[in-house]
Every structure is written in structure tokens, then in C-alpha cells.
Design a protein around this ligand. Structure first.
Ligand code: DON
Length: 564
């Protein structure tokens, strides 16, 4: 009896100390390297590059250009993004290749004479695009860290664009979703419809003009995009269709190296993206706040756990709206926002039993300074060099404009600016002065390519699409591993929730939350909204027990991870 009692006590202790996941879902694994992306063709090409002796940056370049062909809703050369690179010497670099507002852009460019927002002007058509950064970004990453020749890395994408690839059911759906918009622009209609009809699974999607553009980039590097024929074609089409991007805008574009945003979470080093992304800052605010309690002990996705998360998110997104923008233009109080003291103050402002109303939660720093469909891939190679890359056209298929003669699908990233103070963008985010439109400025982003270290060794690579929900998705995947002991597959697949201050409700994944958890949250005063899916994570995690990399791609959007 006594022994039995002791035994039970030990079991209870073990269960509460090491949270046990219900199912042991296995990720892919391998001791050499791994690639996780949203598309099986791109993942295979990335892995091939690693096997041929390319490093993680080489693989990232090949994956980036391939996704521009095979995953056109977000993979791109007409958009922009962010990349975190880790070298084999454990040095971290953050590359900003975010789009910029064209020189002719101005604060009220999306407002009519009564200062009302002109519907869809920042999301559809030529005026919606910022100056693309992807080609400059991938080129710069390769210039600094690449090993294999540039032209070799573009070749697979060129061949797929030229010869076509087979559309699967997932791609049929995503093309179908934007079909009506494609018909508005002749060059888009020519590429993404079959003579005006919808594409179906089994059809071949061939992109001859895009292949020619990629060849110019292969042969001339950034000059193949930012000057010469490609730049002329972009500027000409823009001028004819009331767009703003000129040849000078393209010639002026530069990718920039930034100081990575670094902080610690429960002894793990977190390395993420600084402004012009809000990703690293909001991630730090949320995790720093949660660090004030033992989240693991609350039980994964219990109502008590979700409540604390949501209250931390509420504050962080209020700060995002007030303080965050392109730090080349406005002063962002980075050190204050990521300080542990500020997080502690925010933690103690949370009532453990009742939801606050967002209208009563304001940007919280005491001293306000004076002025103040995306896709991710994670790659690691044999020498521990790693890439965490998120890039985007913003909305699915961006502005829906293909520039005639180039096959380039353009972004609608201008919508990420605060086009009018307090006006919600396509992700329901509002903003203020810090993120107002200015010529040459980069629009605030939520993209959060992130890496995690433990004892100075690479531990995890993670990122996701999802607009404003990117940051909370990345935060939950990190916490699922660190606080709840999940493997990477379990962490990626676990149901997600999201709160962003305004609108004032929790979004939660339809199939993941028991009704009693939802009822508890309602009783605490939270508003809830069901959604199909949050995020689409592609991540790599070091398995220290087996001394190998494990990887997983969220199956939601047909992603695929491979390791060897
Ligand atoms: O930079 C940003 O925050 C947005 N342009 C990201 C867009 C996005 O994630 C859309 N995909 N689901």
C-alpha cells in the first residue's frame, strides 16, 4: 500500500515535471541537414543542393527562386522578406530585403478628397506594390555566404518555369481563389488561367516569360532585375497603369544587413528579426511576459494558459501599433520594449481570472519617444550553417498584377503601411505615425524568421506565414518545445490561437480546442472567433538525444520537410 502510494506520487511528480504529449508523432530526421518549406518541389531542390556540397545559404537561394515558380501565391521575385543566417561559427546575421515605398509615394496616397480610404487601392493593382526586394536579398545573401556558383542555384527554377510543373489539388484551390482577380490583368490572365478558364489538378503550369526573367537574373545578378530589360518593362507597365515604381526606384533598391534582435527565454537564446519587422519585438514582449510564470505547469492549451498568452499578446500588439515602424525613418524604442522589467510590469497588470478590454489597454511605455499568402523555409546544413527565411507578396498572389513580358507577379505590400491612422489593414492591424507612408520607407512587417540556441549551439529554426498571426504562431511553436516538451512535429501541428489587441477577440483553430476550454475563456470575459487555420510553420529542431536534425512542415498547405 505504502509502496503503491509512493509509486503514484512519483508518477504524478514525473507527469507534472515532464509534460507528456498524447501522441508520439514522428518528424523527419537526419544527421547531415534538413529543409522544410511549403512545397515539395522546392524542398527536394534545396536538399539536392545540400547533397551536392552547397551550404544552407546556397540551398536557400535555390529554394527561394523555386518557390517563385512553384508556389506563386507567396514565393516570389516581385515581393520581399527577411532572412536570418547562422554561420558554422555561431554568428548570426539578419538580412532585410523588405519592399520600399516608391519615391513618388506619399502619406495620403490611398485616400480620396474626403480623406476616406479608396477601396482596394492598397491591395489590388499597380498602385499596391512596393519596390521589390527579393532578388537583391537572395543575391546579397549569396554574395556574402554562398559557396556554389549563383547560376547553378537558379537553374532548377528556370527549368521548372520553362517546362512547367503539375498543379495539385492544393494549388488548384489557391489559384481558384484569386481567379476573378486574375481576369482583370491581361498578363496575369495569360499566366494563371488556361485561356481564361480555371486551372485544375493535373494541368501543367508553364511560365515562359518568368523563365526568361530568371535567366537574366542568372546571367547578370541584380542587374538582371533592377536595371536593363526587366527594370524597363516594370517601369513602363507601371507608368501605363498609374503605378508608381520607376527605373530609379529599382536602381536605388538595396537589401540591408541589420543587427539581429536577440533576447533570452528561459535560458534559450532567441535570434529574430528587428524593425522594419515587428516580429522579433512582439515575440520578445510576449515571451518575456510569460517567462514570469511556469507556463508548462498550466497544461498545454488549457484555458488558464491561453488566458495568460492572450493578455500578453494584447499588450504587445498595442505597442506594435504605437511604436513600431521602419527604424531608418522613426525611432523605435527597442531596448525598452524588450526589457525584462517592462515585461514584469505587463505581467502584473494581467488579472489571472478576467479578460481586459482592449479599449482599456494602451501602448505601455512610460516615456514615449518624441517621434516616433507569405511563406517560410528553414534550412540547416552539415556544418551547422542555417537559414530562417520568410518572404512574401503580402496577400495571396500579391497585387494580382503580372508585369507584361516578365512573368513577375507583383506584391501588394503597401497595405502593410498604416494608410490612415486607426484604419485596419487586411490583417485587421491598425497603426499610427510610426508606420505612415513615406517615400523610400519600408512598411512594418510581422514576419518572424527566428532561430533558437541552447548553450551556444543551434537548437531550432522556425517561421511561418499568417500576417499578424505569424508572431503568435512562432511564439507558440517555441513554447510548445521549450515549455511543453513537444517534438518539432507535435509543436508545429498543435492547435494555435491568436489575439492582436484589436480586434478584441481570440481567434482559435476550428478543430483544436475542447468546448470546456472555450467556455472557460468566455467566462473570463474573452470574445472568441473560430478560424480554419493559423500559420503554416516550417521548422527544424536539434534532437540532442539522437544527435540529429529533426524537421517538420505544417501539412495545412501541403508543405514538406526532408532531412538526410
Ligand atoms: O509582412 C507582413 O507582415 C505581411 N506582409 C505578411 C503577409 C502574410 O503573412 C500573408 N500570409 N499569410
Amino acid at each position: 500500500m505504502i509502496l503503491n502510494g509512493v509509486f503514484s506520487a512519483i508518477i504524478i511528480l514525473i507527469l507534472s515535471t515532464f509534460p507528456v504529449s498524447a501522441a508520439q508523432k514522428k518528424p523527419v530526421y537526419g544527421s547531415h541537414g534538413a529543409v522544410a518549406s511549403a512545397d515539395i518541389i522546392a524542398t527536394r531542390i534545396g536538399l539536392d543542393i545540400l547533397k551536392q556540397g552547397g551550404n544552407a545559404v546556397d540551398a536557400a537561394v535555390a529554394v527561394g527562386f523555386t518557390l517563385a515558380v512553384t508556389y506563386p501565391q507567396a514565393g516570389n521575385i516581385g515581393g520581399g522578406g527577411f532572412m536570418i543566417v547562422r554561420t558554422g561559427n555561431n554568428e548570426f546575421y539578419a538580412l532585410d530585403y523588405r519592399e520600399k515605398a516608391p519615391a513618388a509615394a506619399h502619406r495620403d496616397m490611398y485616400l480620396d478628397e474626403n480623406k476616406n480610404v479608396i477601396e482596394a487601392s492598397s491591395t489590388l493593382g499597380y498602385l499596391a506594390s512596393g519596390v521589390p526586394g527579393t532578388v537583391a536579398g537572395l543575391y546579397e545573401a549569396h554574395r556574402r555566404f554562398g559557396k556554389l556558383p549563383w547560376n547553378k542555384l537558379l537553374q532548377p527554377a528556370i527549368e521548372i518555369a520553362e517546362n512547367g510543373f503539375e498543379i495539385n489539388r492544393y494549388k488548384e484551390n489557391s489559384l481558384g481563389y484569386r481567379y476573378e482577380k486574375f481576369l482583370l490583368f491581361p498578363a496575369t490572365k495569360a499566366v494563371f488561367t488556361k485561356n481564361g478558364e480555371k486551372y485544375h489538378a493535373g494541368d501543367l503550369l508553364v511560365q515562359k516569360d518568368l523563365a526568361e526573367t530568371l535567366k537574366r537574373i542568372r546571367d547578370k545578378g541584380t542587374d538582371g532585375f533592377y536595371s536593363g530589360k526587366t527594370a524597363e518593362l516594370i517601369a513602363e507597365a507601371m507608368a501605363e497603369n498609374n503605378g508608381l515604381i520607376t527605373e530609379e526606384d529599382l536602381a536605388d533598391y538595396n537589401a540591408k544587413w541589420r543587427e539581429p534582435l536577440e533576447f533570452e527565454y528561459r535560458g534559450y537564446g532567441i535570434i529574430s528579426m528587428p524593425p522594419p519587422s515587428s516580429g522579433g519585438l512582439v515575440l520578445a514582449e510576449i515571451l518575456n511576459t510569460l517567462e514570469n510564470t511556469d507556463i508548462g505547469r498550466l497544461g498545454h492549451n488549457s484555458s488558464a494558459m491561453i488566458h495568460l498568452w492572450v493578455e500578453a499578446e494584447r499588450q504587445a500588439y498595442a505597442d506594435r501599433a504605437e511604436y513600431m515602424g521602419d527604424a531608418d525613418f522613426v525611432s523605435v524604442p527597442v531596448a525598452e520594449l524588450i526589457s525584462k522589467e517592462y515585461a514584469k510590469q505587463n505581467f502584473y497588470n494581467i488579472d489571472p481570472y478576467f479578460a481586459r478590454k482592449s479599449e482599456n489597454v494602451h501602448a505601455g511605455l512610460k516615456q514615449i519617444p518624441e517621434h516616433v499568402e507569405t511563406t517560410h523555409f528553414s534550412i540547416v546544413d552539415e556544418n551547422g550553417m542555417a537559414v530562417s527565411n520568410t518572404y512574401t507578396l503580402n496577400g495571396s498572389f500579391g497585387s494580382c498584377v503580372v508585369i507584361p513580358g516578365t512573368g513577375i507577379l507583383m506584391n501588394n505590400e503597401m497595405d502593410d503601411f498604416s494608410i490612415k491612422p486607426g484604419y485596419a489593414n487586411m490583417f485587421g492591424l491598425i497603426g499610427n505615425e510610426a508606420n505612415a507612408i513615406e517615400a523610400g520607407k519600408r512598411m512594418l512587417s510581422s514576419m518572424t524568421p527566428t532561430m533558437v540556441t541552447r548553450n551556444d549551439s543551434l537548437f531550432m529554426i522556425v517561421g511561418s506565414p499568417g500576417g499578424s498571426t505569424i508572431i503568435t504562431t512562432v511564439a507558440q511553436v517555441l513554447s510548445n518545445v521549450i515549455d511543453h516538451g513537444m517534438n518539432i512535429r507535435e509543436a508545429v501541428e498543435a492547435p494555435k490561437f491568436h489575439h492582436q489587441w484589436l480586434p478584441d477577440y481570440i481567434r482559435y483553430e476550428r478543430l483544436g480546442f475542447p468546448v470546456d476550454v472555450l467556455n472557460n475563456l468566455r467566462n473570463m470575459g474573452h470574445q472568441l472567433q473560430k478560424t480554419d487555420a493559423l500559420g503554416d510553420t516550417h521548422a527544424v529542431l536539434w534532437d540532442n538525444k539522437h544527435k540529429e536534425w529533426t524537421a517538420w512542415s505544417d501539412p495545412k498547405k501541403n508543405g514538406q520537410a526532408l532531412a538526410y
